[in-house]
Design a binder for this molecule. Structure first.
Ligand code: ADP
Ligand code: MG
Length: 258
């Protein structure tokens, strides 16, 4: 099973859009996918048009908010054929408190330990990360071995990247298997010179990891309000073609061995 974090220090760069559409792309291609929403905003469920009663908080703590025991299986919400969601949202604030109360030596790996799959029932776990750096972000980077970093081709893109690299390097000191495998340019606007300039910079820095850009596409921003992925909302949109291409790249180049 491959575990990929969609992570970047900045918000609004297309992390959730990528996590949701990539997860659905992989599921449509026949892979069994668990999307894990690690953001207190809980956007992934909205993007998929579902309202799961349980999620990541209950999965890790094994309790519901009244303290009653919960089985892990019940926390996974079926979202589409081959796609399940572990929902995020407000309750992740409590999860962070819970993690903070764990003994220091096991605190960073609490998530990793609770994710150990008992069987071969999944091909991918995709983690939609929140911006910023806290006990949950650390836990995610301990639980995955691949990182996909979306970079918006507009604004001060490389600043967020520098901050993110500091996080990544500190995580790699502990998790030796952690690799930045994909740098994904997002919000590519053909009409602006800035898009090309940032793309060129990324090409110089990350030739091997650099993916084809995701175009700025209004359809991608409209689909979530209908609770649909781009493949459902408008399969002929350029955004659908872009995410299809990303899906293929990720399925084809395998990534590191498990
Ligand atoms: N390629 C794109 N084209 C147009 N709008 C996009 C694109 N990617 C994301 N968006 C929109 O930009 C906003 C931020 O995207 P989101 O995926 O929520 O970012 P993040 O999770 O990094 O905060 C959302 O409103 C989303 O619909
Ligand atoms: Mg997000």
């Amino acid at each position: 099973m491959r575990r990929i974090a969609i992570a970047m220090a900045k918000g609004g760069v297309g992390k959730t859009t990528t996590a949701v559409n990539l997860s659905h792309g992989l599921a449509r291609a026949g892979a069994r996918v668990l999307l894990v929403d690690c953001d207190t905003q809980g956007q992934a469920a909205k993007f998929l048009g579902i309202d799961p009663p349980l999620g990541l908080y209950e999965f890790v703590t094994r309790r519901d908010d009244k303290g009653a025991p919960v089985s892990k299986k019940d926390t996974l919400c079926p979202a589409r054929p081959n796609l399940w969601l572990l929902a995020g949202g407000d309750k992740l604030i409590e999860l962070k408190n819970w993690l903070g109360e764990q003994p220091r030596d096991i605190r960073p790996t609490a998530l990793r330990r609770s994710l150990v799959p008992k069987d071969d029932s999944l091909d991918f776990m995709i983690f939609d990360c929140a911006p910023g750096w806290d006990v949950l972000s650390v836990n995610i980077l301990m639980a995955v071995n691949e990182v996909l970093c979306p970079v918006a081709l507009q604004g001060p893109a490389l600043e967020g990247l520098k901050t993110f690299f500091r996080y990544l390097l500190s995580a790699q000191k502990v998790n030796k298997d952690l690799r930045l495998n994909y740098v994904l340019p997002t919000l590519f606007d053909k009409r602006t010179r800035q898009s090309y300039q940032i793309y060129q910079q990324l090409y110089r820095l990350f030739r091997r990891q650099l993916c084809d850009p995701i175009h700025y596409n209004v359809r991608l921003s409209e689909a979530p309000s209908q609770g649909q992925t781009i493949f459902e909302f408008e399969g002929h949109a350029i955004g659908a073609a872009d995410y299809e291409k990303l899906t293929r790249r990720i399925m084809d180049n395998g990534g590191p061995e498990k």
